[in-house]
Design a protein around this ligand. Structure first.
Ligand SMILES: [Zn+2]
Length: 302
C-alpha cells in the first residue's frame, strides 16, 4: 500500500510538473497572476497590420548550417502537456542572417499551436490583418552569444494536397505516438509496466527528421524571402520578453487530414485532447513591425 501511495504521489508530482501550473482555460488572461512577465508591454503574439509594417533595409536573407540538410542525429518527441515538442539541441543546427541581432543561433526545439474543429480555422497565434490561420509552427533558436531567443514562425494553411516528405512523416509520427495512456511508445528504458506512459511519453526520433524538409530552405520560390520582424516574448508562461520574432509571409501547406492528426496528437494532464493551445494577440504598445519586402514585394536586399 505504501509503495502504491508513493507511486501515485510520484505520478501526481510529475503531472504537476508537466502542467507547469498554467493552461489555456482563460486564454492566458490569468497567467500574469503566477507569471508577472505575462502582463508585460512587449508580449507575443501580435496582430500584424500589413498597412502599418515598415520595410527595413537592415533585414537580410537567412542562412542555415549543413546540418539542416542531413537527418537530425538526436531528436526527441515529447508531450509537454500543452502540445507536442521536438527537441533537437546539440545537433549543430545553426542559423544566422535575417537581420537578427546576433551572429549565430542554434535550434533548440520546435512545436506548434492549433485550434479545433468547432471554431475552424482558428489556431495560429499571430494574425495578419486579424486573419487567423489553422495552426502555426515555431522553431525556437537560442543565440550562441547571449540568452536571447529567435523564433521562426510559420503559418499553416490547408490544402487539397497533403504535405509529403519530412513534414508528412512528422505528422504521421504524431498520430502514431498519440501520447495517451494506452501508448506503448513511452520511455526508452523499456519500463512500460507502471501505467505511467501518459506522463513519461517521450519518443526517440533520432535520424527520422531532416530540418530542411520542415523549414522550407533551399527550395525555389523564395519561401523565406518575405518575413515580418518585431521584438516580443515567449507566447507561453513565463512569457519572458527575450524573443526576436520572425513570422514568414508564406504559410506551410498541409491537408485537412494532416491537420486533424496534429490537432488530435496529444492529451493534456487531465486526459483531454489538447486543442486551442494558442494565446490570443497582445497589444503592440508602440512597437514597430518590419517586413523584408518593399512596396513592390521585392526583398529589400535585392
Ligand atoms: Zn510557440
Amino acid at each position: 500500500m505504501l509503495a502504491f501511495s508513493i507511486l501515485i504521489a510520484l505520478i501526481l508530482s510529475e503531472y504537476t510538473a508537466s502542467a507547469d501550473g498554467w493552461n489555456y482555460d482563460f486564454q492566458g488572461k490569468d497567467w500574469g497572476e503566477s507569471f508577472p512577465n505575462c502582463d508585460g508591454i512587449r508580449q507575443s503574439p501580435i496582430d500584424i497590420q500589413s498597412e502599418a509594417v515598415l520595410s527595413a533595409h537592415y533585414l537580410s536573407p537567412f542562412f542555415f548550417s549543413e546540418a539542416f540538410y542531413r537527418p537530425v542525429q538526436k531528436a526527441t518527441l515529447s508531450n509537454t502537456g500543452h502540445g507536442f515538442k521536438v527537441s533537437v539541441d546539440g545537433n549543430g543546427l545553426n542559423m544566422g542572417g535575417g537581420g537578427l541581432t546576433h551572429r549565430r543561433y542554434e535550434l533548440l526545439q520546435f512545436h506548434a499551436h492549433w485550434g479545433d474543429h468547432t471554431r475552424f480555422p482558428m489556431g495560429s497565434e499571430h494574425t495578419v490583418d486579424k486573419r487567423q490561420y489553422p495552426a502555426e509552427f515555431h522553431f525556437v533558436f537560442k543565440s550562441k552569444e547571449t540568452s536571447t531567443l529567435a523564433v521562426l514562425g510559420f503559418f499553416v494553411e490547408l490544402s487539397d494536397i497533403a504535405a509529403k516528405g519530412g513534414l508528412g512523416n512528422l505528422i504521421d509520427l504524431l498520430a502514431q505516438t498519440k501520447f495517451d495512456k494506452d501508448s506503448s511508445s513511452g520511455s526508452e528504458d523499456g519500463n512500460h509496466d507502471d501505467g505511467n506512459e501518459a506522463v513519461d511519453s517521450s519518443v526517440d526520433i533520432s535520424n527520422h527528421l531532416k530540418m530542411s524538409d520542415l523549414i522550407p530552405i533551399g527550395r525555389n520560390g523564395g519561401e523565406l524571402d518575405g518575413f515580418y520582424r518585431y521584438s516580443g516574448s515567449l507566447t507561453t508562461p513565463p512569457c519572458n520578453e527575450i524573443v526576436e520574432w520572425t513570422v514568414f509571409h508564406k504559410p506551410i501547406f498541409i491537408s485537412l487530414k494532416q491537420y486533424e492528426k496534429i490537432s488530435e496528437c496529444c492529451l493534456d494532464t487531465t486526459g483531454e485532447v489538447t486543442q486551442n493551445n494558442f494565446r490570443p494577440t497582445q497589444p503592440l504598445n508602440g512597437r514597430e513591425v518590419f517586413t523584408s519586402l518593399d512596396s513592390d514585394g521585392i526583398p529589400v536586399w535585392l
